[in-house]
Design a binder for this molecule. Sequence first.
Ligand code: NI
Length: 172
Amino acid sequence: MALREIIILPDKRLRLVSEPVAAVDAEIRRLVEDMFETMYDAPGVGLAAIQVAVPKRIITADIAKKDEPKRPQVFINPEILWTSEDRASYEEGCLSIPDYYEEVERPAAVKVRYTDLAGETREVEANGMLATVLQHEIDHLNGVLFIDHLSRLKRDRVIKKFAKAAKREEKD
Ligand code: NI
């Protein structure tokens, strides 16, 4: 296993649409292991492969609380089949937009079809935090960030702040 570098806003690769995984082979399994190591190290509750600069449709997640045993979950080629009309609001953050949190309203429940690490097709109906994490991470696979769900004013302010920080780093 290896830690991978998480790419940060305004890295343009965060806007890529990720490619479907053709087969769950050794390379994909290694990538998934690295994603878990990187996600737990950060720490975060969800990670999309593009956040470690790999444009493949893979998500790792673990929504277990700190005092609970780990509950790693992998979703390969996830597809939203259904979303509830009920909506729920959660404070979201993103490992690619460090130290920024905002309330985002999304459907409260979703049904997702995905492939597991054994290559089997599965379906999950999620609500609560997992529903939010799945939608947030599936957005990543389509080049969408949680700040895209905020008002233009808030979004522009964050983008500007991170663009400035990136420029400062270039100079140093
Ligand atoms: Ni994110």
